[in-house]
Design a binder for this molecule. Structure first.
Ligand code: ADP
Length: 438
């Protein structure tokens, strides 16, 4: 490169020296030098013209031939061009691979830009949402899919929650939409068809509901006959057998009742929020009912209830939630323990807490406690008659009321089960006599 540069510079210098010598010979230095300089200028301009034509008008891929410095300029342009093409090819390949990957996915994928405008979507997204491609490119998704739900979901900053939606294009299909940040100022929407999953869930729920319903009649018959049977005092084996059978029957009865309750709560996920629940009265009833459980137990149970604080929702479901937590505290707190129940307003909503100073639960169990049939210690719970369904019932009842169960516990120190009912579901009864509340 340097050598070529040198050649060119020497070339121009040689021309000028030759012009000078010729000028001296012909005694017309200025004229000859001027002509030489003009020739040099014309040469440069002609090359500049060729570059210009090549860059703006030529369709040729290879630049024109050039000499000296101009040859290097043409070579340089050619190399830059090559590099640029290489990059474009790589980028194109990358985009092609991404699109092929996204097309192969069983889910719908949408890339959304500013103002929720559609930058790109795969075939599945087009089918599930009824989009026309490429006509809908650049259109706002909230304009194409009207409805407050979609608008609200798109405006949400946090992307952790999914939204369920009926497919506008495929009748009877249920979709799950998930939004996540993607690139600068863009978001990726993944759309799954959850119709089959929902159907399976429905089949499972119906199966459990039917089984628990069908078990009720034989159980009632068994219980009836067991109550009628008089144990023979001289036959200890028979007495023991009858006692065991009665106990197991009662256990099965409670299990079936809890299963039915869980099925019913799952089946009534859409709660009628026009109904008012007088929580203070409900908690007073639960407190009175606990007297039987506390019989022969040395436990202190204290209720602190905000007398005017009521809520909207399903009374049966909330009753289950409140009472399951109190019953558990009584079941799992040994004699000499204390249980405190609290219902009061806070800045976040109405707070319900059941705290005890019982045995507590090891940290590794906490996350799984609300799973169906999960029990920390099956031997211990068998004694207490537990089925492992109580907290699952609480979880579902609370989810139907826009709330979540929070569990804090420490071994040998006790447990605290709490939840917050959001402000939107609260009603403050103004005319209630405060002294009535215990
Ligand atoms: P169960 O019918 O067995 O009580 P739950 O779903 O109500 O089922 O509770 C699940 C498990 O959580 C119980 O088996 C018990 O080990 C644990 N648990 C629940 N409440 C408490 C509590 N207040 N203190 C200690 N352990 C508890």
């Amino acid at each position: 490169m340097q050598a070529r540069n040198l050649t060119m510079t020497t070339g121009a210098a040689t021309l000028m020296v030759a012009a000078l010598l010729l000028g001296l010979l012909l005694d017309a230095v200025a004229l000859i030098m001027l002509i030489a300089a003009l020739l040099l200028l014309i040469w440069h301009y002609s090359n500049l013209y060729r570059v210009n034509r090549y860059l703006w008008h030529s369709r040729r891929f290879v630049p024109p031939e050039g000499r000296g410095n101009w040859g290097m300029v043409f070579d340089g342009i050619y190399k830059l061009h090559q590099r640029h093409l290489e990059r474009r090819r790589e980028l194109g390949e990358l985009i092609r691979r991404f699109r092929e990957g996204a097309e192969a996915m069983p889910d719908g994928v949408l890339v959304l830009g500013e103002h929720h405008s559609i930058i790109w979507c795969n075939g599945m997204a087009q089918r599930l949402l009824g989009l026309r491609w490429p006509d809908d490119r650049g259109q706002r998704l909230d304009n194409l899919m009207r409805g407050p739900e979609m608008k609200g979901y798109l405006q949400r900053r946090s992307s952790s929650e999914a939204m369920t939606l009926e497919s506008p294009a495929m009748e009877g299909h249920l979709l799950e939409l998930r939004l996540m940040p993607y690139g600068e100022g863009q978001r990726l929407m993944v759309i799954g068809d959850i119709t089959k999953l929902r159907k399976l869930e429905r089949v499972r729920e119906d199966f459990v509901a039917n089984v628990s319903h069908e078990l009720r009649t034989p159980l009632t018959v068994l219980k009836g006959y067991l109550e009628m049977m008089e144990p023979d005092d001289d036959d200890p084996l028979q007495r023991k057998a009858l006692q065991m059978m009665s106990e197991q029957c009662a256990r099965m009865d409670s299990l079936v009742a809890q299963l039915s309750e869980l099925s019913s709560i799952e089946a009534h996920a859409t709660v009628d929020f026009s109904r008012r629940i007088d929580v203070p009265v409900l908690l007073r009833t639960i407190e009175q009912e606990m007297a039987t459980l506390l019989h022969n137990r040395q436990l202190s149970l204290h209720f602190e209830v905000s007398a005017r604080l009521q809520m909207l929702g399903d009374q049966r479901q909330m009753r289950s939630a409140f009472s399951n937590l109190v019953v558990n505290a009584i079941k799992y707190t040994p004699d000499g323990g204390h249980i405190d129940v609290l219902w009061r307003r806070t800045s976040r909503g109405a707070l319900f807490i059941v705290s005890d100073d019982g045995e507590g639960i090891a940290a590794e169990h906490l996350a799984r406690l609300t799973e169906r049939f999960y029990r920390v210690d099956s031997a211990r719970t068998r004694k207490t008659g537990g089925s492992g369904l109580g907290l699952s019932i609480v979880k579902h009842a609370l989810a139907n009321h826009q709330s979540r169960l929070q569990i804090d516990s420490q071994i040998a120190k006790g447990s605290r089960f709490s939840f917050v009912i959001p402000e939107i579901l609260l009603v403050e009864e103004k005319d209630v006599d405060v002294t009535k509340a215990s």
